[in-house]
Design a protein around this ligand. Structure first.
Ligand SMILES: O=P(O)(O)OC[C@H]1O[C@H](OP(=O)(O)O)[C@H](O)[C@@H]1O
Length: 345
């Protein structure tokens, strides 16, 4: 079935919904799913002319692009696939697009493996690694080190509000790594026991700033103060070409219920904090508390933050490891001049 208006097939809509809802998450996984979705669009398209086919693919790319704003791996993936959409007939265009998406997915997997081998060289036998969130690029470094026979231990930050640290803990335990799970606020205390901080990235800016899961910047500042090196594992698909021309990376603001579910909000707003009597007979719900006179309760839920380059020791890519300040050289080499929107490719 094809969405008649945009020509976007349900498989693409469903991938877009899953990315927005974070059923599909993690910058590399999102890129992989986006490429796959474009291949699906190409395969199932009912376009009768090359122009209609191209229009559909662009609409599909736009649908995918508009899901989450921060991980540049998404537009980089879309742009890569659309640039390979060559041919004079619908059949040729279809074949070229599917082929290009497959190439992208294969390269992505290979890049992650290569990056892992490079990152593993920084880890010594017996090291303790502190992680934040869940990053397949970061885990690739740990996996390669383990495969080479190194023994590692991990201190895994829970990573509020969605607790993706649990995914990291599960994976590491499957690989036989002893894991200590901590709440985010305990990180500074446990840095004394860590030999490395290892995180992934959603985007890397031209000045070497690292955009990653919220909490990364505080962790990096604390790690610098404690003398623990910070290593960022990021395939080159995480390099954000637009930042070469001064664009900033948009930080996604997610729904407040991830931080404060409705029942918890009610527990806060249900009590009139200005009413001493109500507070003392605690548990008393003041019916008027949510009235316009009650003070406002604002919840902010940024999904990412920016770690300045001076707090990062190395950015590990499949092309080697780089001091953050020199990443722009690689960015220029790989992306050339600044780019248009993916669907303008
Ligand atoms: O590409 P890989 O290394 O797997 O993940 C990179 C980053 O993507 C994730 O974002 P989210 O969980 O999608 O918000 C985390 O911030 C993680 O560090």
């Amino acid at each position: 079935m094809v969405d008649e208006e945009a020509g976007v097939v349900p498989a693409v809509e469903s991938t877009a919904d899953d990315i927005a809802a974070m059923e599909i998450r993690g910058a590399a996984t999102i890129a992989d799913a986006a490429a796959e979705a474009l291949a699906n669009q190409a395969e199932r398209s009912r376009a009768e002319s090359p122009a209609a086919f191209r229009r559909e693919l662009r609409a599909a790319a736009r649908t995918l692009y508009e899901t989450r704003p921060t991980a540049v791996s998404l537009p980089n993936a879309l742009r890569y696939v659309l640039r390979g959409m060559d041919g004079d007939t619908v059949a040729d265009l279809r074949a070229a697009t599917i082929d290009r998406a497959e190439t992208f997915q294969r390269d992505l997997a290979q890049a992650q493996e290569r990056l892992g081998e490079i990152g593993a060289n920084r880890l010594r036998d017996g090291d303790v690694v502190m992680t934040h969130c869940h990053s397949t690029d970061a885990l690739s470094c740990l996996e390669a080190a383990l495969k080479s026979g190194k023994h590692l231990e991990a201190i895994v930050k829970e990573t509020r509000p969605r607790k993706q640290g649990h995914i990291t803990a599960r994976q590491l335990r499957e690989w036989g790594v002893p894991v200590t799970l901590i709440v985010d606020n305990a990180a500074r205390r446990y840095l004394d026991e860590a030999d490395h901080v290892l995180v992934g990235a959603d985007s890397i800016a031209a000045d070497g700033s690292v955009i990653n899961k919220v909490g990364t910047s505080g962790l990096a500042v604390n790690a610098r103060e404690r003398g623990v090196p910070v290593m960022v594992a990021a395939q080159t698909i995480k390099l954000h070409p637009d930042t070469m021309t001064g664009h900033t990376v948009e930080i996604e603001m997610r729904d407040e219920t991830e931080v404060l579910p409705d029942e918890e909000r009610a527990a806060i707003t249900g009590v009139d904090v200005t009413d001493e009597d109500a507070r003392e007979t605690t548990g008393t719900i003041d019916e008027d508390a949510d009235s316009p006179a009650a003070p406002e309760l604002t919840v902010e839920n940024p999904a990412f933050d920016v770690t300045p380059p001076r707090y990062v020791d190395a950015i590990v890519t499949e092309r080697g490891q780089f001091p953050p300040e020199s990443i722009v050289t690689l960015m220029r080499e790989l992306f050339g001049e600044p780019t248009d929107d993916p669907w303008d490719a």
